[in-house]
Design a protein around this ligand. Structure first.
Ligand code: SF4
Length: 490
């Protein structure tokens, strides 16, 4: 990532996966393309699609870049078949180069294509175990370890392979695998990353089942959200329709609470509720926890939009667009010159003096990781004439790295590491600063629905330091795996 692409001082997104079994559907690659388009926010480094006619062969196209950059009409037409999986990627374990793009295709004892969202915390151990077994690796990603284990475990089919391999995997894995006759999707026993099942219904044909990281992918395809894949469950999409098999039941649930705050798209549903609504509630609770005399509420677009609306609603304050966002600066490799670099953030955000001048502002964003850009944002607002700048953040302070598929920086790089909220406010040059409490997050997320659960069924380790699962040896513990680059077997 470049300085410009890194304009947002937040955690970096992870990956998005999709799978569909649709014999009779004329264009499974196109279905997958549009699903990936909807999931683009989960990863912008690479995109890939694998397809197969029933009985094979598997074919795949994967490349670095956005979905719209990787695929053109000609490529989509070449990807024929009855079933397909797709992937968008932001690298966590394994660096960013072509070999680490997905879907990964393995042609060993089993032939399969695999797309994975998450991060194995025992990747180094598993990799060591496979050393000497003469299994070639082409990438440095933990996802290929899963693919290699499945393809080489000696199982007769993919369902048996998943049942055999899943107990050996520790960490976060929402995974979609395609063979020549079925698509299977399985989710780690803690359910760290999301994975949902949808169905495309038509009066004239059999239902078409699909799986996706988020329900927003279903909306684009005209599919109906059916349910989440349960932690420890494998769902199978094949000639019998949709089947389910519980492979690794009975572990503590630990769904990533940050999905509700930031990662997932606001129009997705998780835990049975629309995230836009949950984020609005976070803004309402932020106001209840830390009211302040102010004139206008503005959001850091787009990450703070929903919480800013909720806060303004609860406060009875006017909400306005304090910043205009240039939506076309998402990714560039052209570095600004010295003069432009000073104003680099303005390439992305430009404050509106008519909105902020002379005003006491409440500025809402979803999170602060390193705190590199927030001082520039505050300065831009003050330069535009803001009378006061009160920061309200719809998550607790981030103090710990994530080992389950999100790039959060190291502990020492985090602005909240060893600093009080007052110290951070001074550092950011804010008149006041308040982070939403963890209790406030769970109140907003559950909204009184006991089925969603609280801390006992979520992961909040980046805020609390309470990791729901850790590695089993010094080689794989939660600190040693930070920034691990897996060696490639020769
Ligand atoms: S550590 Fe944070 S980002 Fe990572 S899974 Fe847990 S809540 Fe999500």
């Amino acid at each position: 990532m470049t300085a410009l692409a890194d304009h947002r001082d937040g955690p970096r997104d992870e990956c998005g996966v999709f799978g569909v079994y649709a014999p009779g559907e004329p264009d499974v690659a196109r279905l997958t393309y549009f699903a990936l388009y909807a999931l683009q926010h989960r990863g912008q480094e690479s995109a890939g699609i694998a397809t197969a006619p029933l009985g094979g062969p598997l074919m795949a196209i994967r490349e670095q870049g956005l979905v719209s950059q990787v695929f053109d009409e000609h490529m989509l037409r070449s990807l024929i078949g009855d079933l397909a999986i797709g992937h968008v990627r932001y690298s966590t374990t394994g660096s960013s180069h072509w070999e680490n793009t997905q879907p990964i295709v393995r042609d060993d004892n089993l032939t399969l294509a695999l797309a994975h969202n998450g991060n194995l915390i025992n990747a180094v151990e598993l990799h060591s175990e496979m050393l000497g077994e003469d299994v070639p690796f082409r990438s440095t990603s933990d996802s290929e370890i899963i693919a290699a284990l499945l393809a080489n475990c000696g199982a007769e089919d993919i369902e048996q392979a998943v049942a055999q391999v899943m107990p050996r995997l520790h960490g976060a894995f929402s995974t979609v695998v395609m063979t020549e006759d079925r698509v299977v999707a399985f989710r780690d026993p803690h359910g760290l990353r999301p994975l949902s099942v949808g169905v495309i219904e038509s009066p004239d044909s059999a239902p078409v089942y699909c799986v996706a990281s988020e329900s927003c992918a279903f909306d684009l395809l005209g599919a109906r959200y059916l349910r989440d894949v349960e932690p420890g469950e494998m769902v199978i999409l094949d000639a019998s329709g949709l089947r389910s098999r519980m492979v690794a039941p009975g572990q503590r649930r630990a769904f990533c609470v940050f999905e509700y705050i930031y990662f997932a798209r606001p129009d997705s549903r998780m835990g049975g509720q629309r995230l836009q609504t949950a984020r609005g509630r976070m803004g309402e609770i932020l106001w209840r926890e830390a009211p302040v005399d102010a004139d206008v509420v503005i959001a850091i677009p787009d990450s703070g939009n929903a919480a800013a609306r909720g806060l303004a609603r609860a406060a009875g304050l006017r909400q306005d667009d304090g910043f205009i966002k240039n939506r076309y600066v998402a990714r560039t490799f052209i570095q600004p010159g010295q003069q432009l670099r000073k104003n680099g953030l303005r390439l992305k955000f430009n404050p509106l003096p008519e909105v902020v001048e002379g005003q006491r502002l409440i500025v809402v964003d979803d999170s602060i990781v390193r705190g590199n850009t927030m001082p520039q944002i505050v300065k831009m607002l003050r330069d535009a004439g803001a009378a006061e700048v009160h920061l309200r953040i719809s998550s607790p302070p981030i103090k710990n790295p994530c080992f389950y598929g999100i790039d959060m920086s190291t502990r020492e790089e985090m602005v909240a590491h060893n600093r009080s909220v007052e110290d951070i406010a001074k550092l950011l040059d804010a008149d006041s600063l308040h982070y939403l409490s963890l209790d406030g997050v769970y109140e907003a997320v559950s909204a009184g629905d006991a089925a969603v659960g609280g801390r006992e069924s979520h992961c909040d380790a980046c805020f609390s330091g309470d990791y729901p699962l850790v590695g089993s040896s010094s080689a794989t513990d939660k600190f040693a795996l930070e920034r691990t680059e897996l060696p490639v077997l020769q």
